[in-house]
Write a protein that binds this ligand. Structure first.
Ligand SMILES: Nc1ncnc2c1ncn2[C@@H]1O[C@H](COP(=O)(O)OP(=O)(O)OP(=O)(O)O)[C@@H](O)[C@H]1O
Length: 502
C-alpha cells in the first residue's frame, strides 16, 4: 500500500544481464491498482526485459518482484504466474489452427466422465467472452481473427485465469486509428472493472491519451516515474534520450517540389489484386509518394504486389519502362526495388544470423565474386549500419535475436537501403521504432530521395507521410483522393475514413 492505494506489482532494484550486455540495472517500478501505467524508452532501453521479469519469463539477477506485497511465484510455476499477470504481445500467442474456444481453455478443457465436453467448452467460452463484452465467434480458427479481436481474446483469456494485471506490449502497432480508438475505450472499461495495465508504446500521444502514470527507462536504468499529466511530450522525449532539443520531422512542404519534367521510374497501371481494384499511378525520380488508408483499404496489398510478394489479378507494374513479372520478389529486387516488408519477423530478418550477415544479405552480389563477401566487408557494412541507424548492439557479430525488437527493425531498413535500390518500398517503416530513431530513419529516406531515387511509403502513421511529395488515399480498395505536401491532418483523416471534414 502507498497512500491508501493498493500496489498491484512492484519491482525493487531489479537487474538483468545477457552475457556482457546489461539489459536492466537496479530498476524499480510500482504499479498501482486500477491505473494504466505507461512504460517508455528508446529501442534497447530494457522495456521487454522488465516485462519478462514481471511476467515470470525470466528471473532477475538482482532485486525482487512482488504482487500485492507477496513474493512472485517461483519461475517454473506457470499456473501461479497466470493468476497474477498476462502479457499481450504484438505477436500472437494463440494457436492459429485451434478455435477461439480451444485457445481460451487450452489445457483446462471442461470434461464429462473423463472426456472433453465440446458443448461445455463452447458454452463456457461464449460466457467468458460475453462477460467481457468481446463479440467474437468462438468456433472460428484463432488464426482467422483480426489483430484487434485476437488481442481481446488474449485479454479475456488472461482475465479468466484470475489475473487483473495485464501488460500490453505495443498493442497499437498493427491497428488502424479506428481500432486504436476502440482498444482505448475497452481499456477504460476494463480499468473501471478493476483491471490494471502496463502499456508499452512508442507513440507518446497514446501515453497521454490512455495512461495516468508513466515510467521512463534509459540505457537499462530507471529515469523517472510521474503522473502523465506532469510531463509534456517534449519532456518525455528528453527523459528518454537524455538530451534536450526535441525532434525534427522532415516535411516535404518545406523543400522544393519534384522537377516537373522528372520521369516516372515506376508505374502502376490498372492494377487489381487482393483487396484493391484498378489502381494506377506513377512514381517519379526524386519523389517520395505516400499511400494512406485503413487496414482494410488494400494499401499493404498494393505495396506487396509491387515488390512481388503477391501476384495481381490484372494490370501491370513497370520499372524503368519494363514490365515486372508477377509475384516474383527476386525479379523486383533485380529490377531495382528494395523493400521493408510489413511482417519483419517472417520476411525481414534471419534471427539466427549475425547483424553483419543480415545487413549484408542483399548486397552480397555487389561485395565479391559469387556473392561471397569477405567477413571484413560484411562487418564494415554492419558497423556502418549500427552507426547510421543508432542500433543498440554489442557489435556487428551479435546475433539478430539478441537485439531488441526496434533494433531488429532498423537492420531490415539498413539492408533495404544497402542494396542501393532505384525505388524503395517501405511498409510501416517506423513501427516499433522509438521517436528519436524515427527521425534518423526518415532522414535516410530524405537522403535517398535527394540522390534522385524514389520512395513509396505505405504507413498507418501520419508522421511517416510528412516527407511525402504526394499522398494517395485508398478506401475499400479504391483510389479516392490525392493530397499534395502540406496537407492538413483533418483533411487526410477525413478522406481515409470517408467522412466529410469541415
Ligand atoms: N536474449 C538476449 N540476449 C542478449 N541480449 C539481449 C537479449 N534480450 C535482450 N537483450 C539486450 O538487452 C537490451 C534491452 O533489450 P530490450 O528488449 O529489453 O529493449 P526494449 O526496451 O524492449 O527495446 P524495443 O523498444 O526495441 O523493443 C538490449 O541491448 C538487447 O540487445
Amino acid at each position: 500500500m502507498s497512500g491508501g492505494v493498493e500496489t498491484v506489482v512492484e519491482a525493487l532494484g531489479v537487474g538483468k544481464r545477457y552475457g556482457p550486455t546489461v539489459a536492466l540495472a537496479d530498476v524499480s517500478l510500482t504499479v498501482e491498482a486500477g491505473e494504466s501505467h505507461a512504460l517508455v524508452g528508446r529501442n534497447g532501453a530494457g522495456k521487454s526485459t522488465l516485462v519478462s521479469l514481471l511476467t515470470g519469463l525470466s528471473k532477475p539477477d538482482t532485486g525482487t518482484v512482488t504482487f500485492g506485497g507477496e513474493p512472485a511465484p517461483p519461475i517454473g510455476d506457470r499456473e501461479a504466474w497466470r493468476t497474477k499477470v498476462a502479457c499481450v504481445y504484438q505477436h500472437s500467442t494463440v494457436i492459429p489452427h485451434l478455435t477461439v474456444a480451444e485457445n481460451l481453455f487450452i489445457n483446462r478443457q471442461p470434461t464429462r466422465r473423463g472426456v472433453i465436453s465440446w458443448s461445455r467448452l463452447r458454452k463456457d467460452s461464449r460466457e467468458l467472452l460475453d462477460s467481457w463484452h468481446v463479440d467474437v465467434d468462438v468456433d472460428l480458427p484463432a488464426g482467422e481473427l483480426s489483430v484487434e479481436d485476437r488481442q481481446l481474446v488474449e485479454i479475456a483469456r488472461a482475465l479468466s485465469y484470475g489475473a487483473r494485471f495485464i501488460v500490453l506490449d505495443e498493442p497499437t502497432a498493427q491497428l488502424d486509428s479506428d481500432a486504436i480508438g476502440r482498444l482505448f475505450v475497452r481499456m477504460r472499461e476494463l480499468q473501471d472493472a478493476g483491471v490494471t495495465f502496463l502499456f508499452i508504446s512508442h507513440h507518446l500521444q497514446e501515453v497521454h491519451e490512455v495512461c495516468q502514470a508513466v515510467t521512463v527507462l534509459r540505457d537499462a536504468r530507471h529515469v523517472v516515474t510521474a503522473p502523465v499529466a506532469d510531463l509534456t511530450r517534449a519532456q518525455l522525449i528528453d527523459a528518454m534520450t537524455g538530451e534536450t532539443g526535441g525532434l525534427t520531422v522532415t516535411d516535404a512542404a518545406e523543400r522544393d517540389a519534384v522537377a516537373a519534367d522528372a520521369e516516372d521510374v515506376l508505374t502502376v497501371a490498372g492494377l487489381s489484386g487482393d483487396a484493391f481494384t484498378d489502381i494506377s499511378f506513377g512514381l517519379r525520380r526524386g519523389e517520395v509518394l505516400g499511400i494512406a488508408g485503413s487496414n482494410a483499404s488494400g494499401k499493404h496489398q498494393i505495396a506487396e504486389t509491387i515488390y512481388g510478394l503477391r501476384a495481381p489479378v490484372r494490370g501491370v507494374v513497370t520499372m524503368n519502362g519494363r514490365p515486372l513479372p508477377h509475384g516474383d520478389v527476386k525479379a523486383a529486387l533485380r529490377a531495382g526495388i528494395g523493400c521493408v516488408p510489413r511482417d519483419r519477423h517472417h520476411q525481414g530478418l534471419v534471427l539466427g544470423m549475425s547483424i553483419a550477415d543480415n545487413a549484408a544479405m542483399s548486397v552480397l552480389d555487389r561485395m565479391g565474386p559469387g556473392g561471397l563477401a569477405a567477413p571484413g566487408a560484411r562487418t564494415a557494412v554492419a558497423t556502418k549500419a549500427i552507426a547510421d541507424y543508432d542500433i543498440v548492439a554489442a557489435g556487428p557479430l551479435q546475433q539478430a535475436d539478441a537485439l531488441s525488437g526496434g533494433n531488429q527493425q532498423k537492420i531490415v531498413l539498413a539492408r533495404a537501403l544497402g542494396s542501393d535500390p532505384d525505388v524503395l518500398v517501405l511498409i510501416n517503416p517506423t513501427a516499433g521504432v522509438d521517436v528519436k530513431s524515427k527521425e534518423a530513419l526518415l532522414g535516410q529516406v530524405e537522403r535517398v530521395r535527394a540522390e534522385g531515387k524514389a520512395v513509396l511509403i505505405v504507413s498507418d502513421e501520419l508522421d511517416d507521410l510528412r516527407p511525402c511529395d504526394r499522398v494517395l488515399v485508398l478506401r475499400a480498395g479504391d483510389l479516392v483522393a490525392e493530397h499534395e505536401a502540406g496537407w492538413s491532418v483533418g483533411d487526410l483523416v477525413a478522406d481515409i475514413e470517408g467522412v466529410t471534414h469541415d
